[in-house]
Unconditional design. Sequence first.
Length: 336
Amino acid sequence: MCRDAMATQLPPPFPSQPPPVFWMINPFTEDMIDDLQGDKRFAKMAVAIIDLTLRTRRPDGVGWITFAGWNMYEERFAASLVKIAAMFAAFRLRENLRNAAAQVDAKNGKDLFKAIIADWKPIVETAIKAARKDFPNLDLIFEADGSPGAWKINFTPAFLKHMKDMIGHSNNLSAAFCIDAIGFQYLNGALAAEGLFSGQFGGLWLGGNYHGRNWEVEPINRKTHMGATAKAVAAFLTLLEDSRLVSPDASKEMRRIMRLAGSWFEEGLSKANPPRTTSDAYAKVGLLGTYHDCAVITRSTQGRTIRYAAVGLGAPSAEVLRQLIVKLDDYILASA
């Protein structure tokens, strides 16, 4: 198949945005949020809390979610928390590669990747305008087995292990391996296509590999290579919990990987008096000068189950995050 013919048939390397997440403010609990925002321990942080208690995992995204917080649109340095962006980009790349492979008549995996690279490269390597070009190393990330029309594309064992170590242990060498393999152009292009970053509102931005190699600073404040807004992280968690981040299967895999990570939020609940035991939690933290955490938490209390996503960026200590989550848990109890 010639390249010109193929270019009209291959799915694009970046997807269209998923259905929006619909949020609402609960007027009966606004005073609680106002009090928390005024608390000197938490006032300078960027915080988001999303009540998912009555939410079901629906691929169409139907339904409203109670949402609250403060400083939610401020682009912040978020350290290793932003590694979730690299994990997401890897799964988005796998999904798009699988879709494209179904349209390519190739004799083997090497020819398959070669054909897709030829079609995608002009789009991917300039996804972020005026930034340095790069392109994913498909051979380092994926293995392709099968035959035309029936290709099976999965992560290589080495890449999957590095991705788990990047999230579960926040290993910087593993993060560099994954980020360098994916490339900054695809990674940030995928975040923008998914609606997790915009030039107007900011969001998740990853322009460094956590091992000394920097690409571009985020274009909102131009202060950090590892940026996030509380709202974007909240949207990430909500889409993930809804099984709408990439696909239901990919969302399930990403939740499983994030369960390998620790969380100061979960610690805070376990150390409350009396302890507030979680039945499920998945999370990612960040630490370099300031402390950051994001988590989806499920727990049973007073004969009912509550479920929520929480984001806290820019805490002065881990203890402040532990204190914050207890207050946010109280908010969910009142809201739900």
